[in-house]
Design a protein around this ligand. Structure first.
Ligand code: CUA
Length: 143
C-alpha cells in the first residue's frame, strides 16, 4: 500500500515536470515562427483589423509577387503575419525586422511583429523562385 502511494506521487511529479517543460517551451516559442494546420482560407490575401493596434495580414506568395502588395498600419501596431504560397516555395523577409518566413504551398507560416517605428518596411522574397525572383516584393507602410 505505502509503496504504491510513493509510486503514484512520483508519477504525478514526473507528469508535472514534463508538463512544465512543455509549457516553458511553448511560452518561449511564442514569438518564433509557427506552422499552423492548413486550410483554404489562407489562400485569400487580406488584412484584418482586430482592434485599434492589432492586425492580421494574410500574405499569399506566387510567382512573382506578394499579396497584399502594400499594407498600411498605424505606428505601435502588433501584427500577426500569415504566409502561404500558391505555387513554389518563396521566402519572406522584412528589412530591419527579425522576420524570416518560408511560404510553402499547402502550408502556412505565422509570426507576430510589432511596428513601433514609422517607416516603409520592404518585404522581399529570399528564396530563389524563378526568373522574376528579384522583383518579388511588398511593402508595409507604418505611419
Ligand atoms: Cu519568390 Cu523568390
Amino acid at each position: 500500500k505505502y509503496e504504491r502511494n510513493v509510486i503514484i506521487v512520483a508519477l504525478l511529479l514526473s507528469a508535472l515536470f514534463i508538463f512544465s517543460l512543455f509549457y516553458a517551451m511553448g511560452a518561449r516559442k511564442a514569438d518564433v515562427t509557427e506552422c499552423l494546420p492548413y486550410d483554404k482560407s489562407y489562400e485569400t490575401a487580406r488584412v484584418n483589423q482586430i482592434d485599434k493596434s492589432t492586425y492580421q495580414i494574410f500574405y499569399v506568395a506566387r510567382m512573382w509577387s506578394f499579396e497584399p502588395a502594400i499594407t498600411y498600419i498605424p505606428v505601435g501596431s502588433e501584427v500577426d503575419l500569415f504566409l502561404t504560397s500558391q505555387d513554389v516555395v518563396h521566402g519572406f523577409d522584412i528589412y530591419n525586422k527579425n522576420v524570416n518566413l518560408m511560404g510553402v504551398p499547402g502550408g502556412v507560416a505565422k509570426t507576430t511583429v510589432r511596428f513601433d517605428q514609422p517607416g516603409v518596411y520592404k518585404v522581399v522574397c529570399h528564396e530563389f523562385c524563378g526568373t522574376g525572383h528579384q522583383n518579388m516584393q511588398a511593402e508595409i507602410i507604418v505611419n
